[in-house]
Ligand binder design. Sequence first.
Ligand code: S3P
Length: 436
Amino acid sequence: MLTWIASQGGPLRGELRVPGDKSVSHRAIMLASLAEGVSRIEGFLEGEDTRATAAAFRAMGVRIESPSDGARIVHGVGLRGLSAPAADIDCGNAGTGMRLMAGVLAGQAFDSRLIGDASLSRRPMRRVTEPLARMGAQIDSEPGGLPPLRIHGGRVLRGIEYATPVASAQVKSAVLLAGLYAEGETVVREPHATRDYTERMLQAFGWPVEHREGEARLCGGGRLVARDIEVPADFSSAAFFIVAASVIPGSDLLLRDVGVHPRRTGLLRALRLMGADITLLDPRERQGEPIADLRVRHAALRGVEVPEDVVPDMIDEFPALFVAAALAEGRTRVSGAAELRVKESDRIGTMAQGLKALGARIEETPDGALIEGGTLDSGAVDSHGDHRIAMSFAIAGQRARGEVRIGDCDNVATSFPGFDALARGCGFGLREAVPG
Ligand code: S3P
């Protein structure tokens, strides 16, 4: 098991580009596989999560070439062209992979079974199996609605109108993807608008989708047409450098080509409320996706009440925000974020446990935390196999008075392979512990 040792390095300087967006990479593989013709994907995230999705579609008969790092050539088989996989489909650590694929597989003529690692096997799937069942799908899960998911093929799906109880792009996407195979119209409404990559990418592949904030609708029975996709750098990976440069004195860091979709960048709003110094340079669009270079300079941060309406727009960024809060002046309150408890780990619990081990004052609430800013000590923390927890404590180590030992870091490769080298390259003090 990989252990990291994080300790004070220099100020963060220079410029870097983080790897491709995880959400976009998953969807690009799925839609390119279901399209007619050959699609080329550039900037694909070479992470374990997204590679698992590519492996799944290969196992269902899609030819996917990897000519170079971050490039994929997908020979789409058309909406009805997948073939039955010979074995279980292993989604690894990826909730997005499993939930979106459940939507696709619900509409196939063959049976399939989706499995995942220990973390994914504890994550709730009823949020997708329930609406898919309403559409006519038959999906068996383990007690409590947990994976593995056994999906029965050959079912006739009907479009539904579905109001999602949780703001979740994964749930919305699973229903919309099943809607491609359904008779009639499928409508999804959300309590708070979430990332709309599925809607926009479906349109880019030629499938009409009507969507506005909080609502998406499409009709079954069309076709997807191959196209090339450029994947922007992942804001959620950039987030670790944004927070780190904000809290490390003397830092001045440039992050290139970052996707700055408003449904992803709530962290910028929260950090700016805290007093962060972040400038968006050269904002531009690439294939309809807003991107920018981000210049981040160190600033003295103060605690804030994180507005609840920003929570869905920064749902993956709370582990890093907790570290910023623990180093800020004054108290930060996070509320309305109960979803954090069902991510790759219980992110409220694991962050509270780790920050306490470093001497921080943090109190958990059912849907958030109260964090009293101050200083951090050396200590040992456990990331519980959660990539974002591991990278967040690597930031904590840059300001701790001594070394922070971070256990169980292998899963960083699920979303951000090469994080440690990139981090060292711009000034992080971070190394692997020698085993034994
Ligand atoms: C994602 C949606 C979010 C996010 C996850 C990726 C997606 O999950 O946390 O990392 O690509 O649709 P939820 O839909 O469960 O909020």
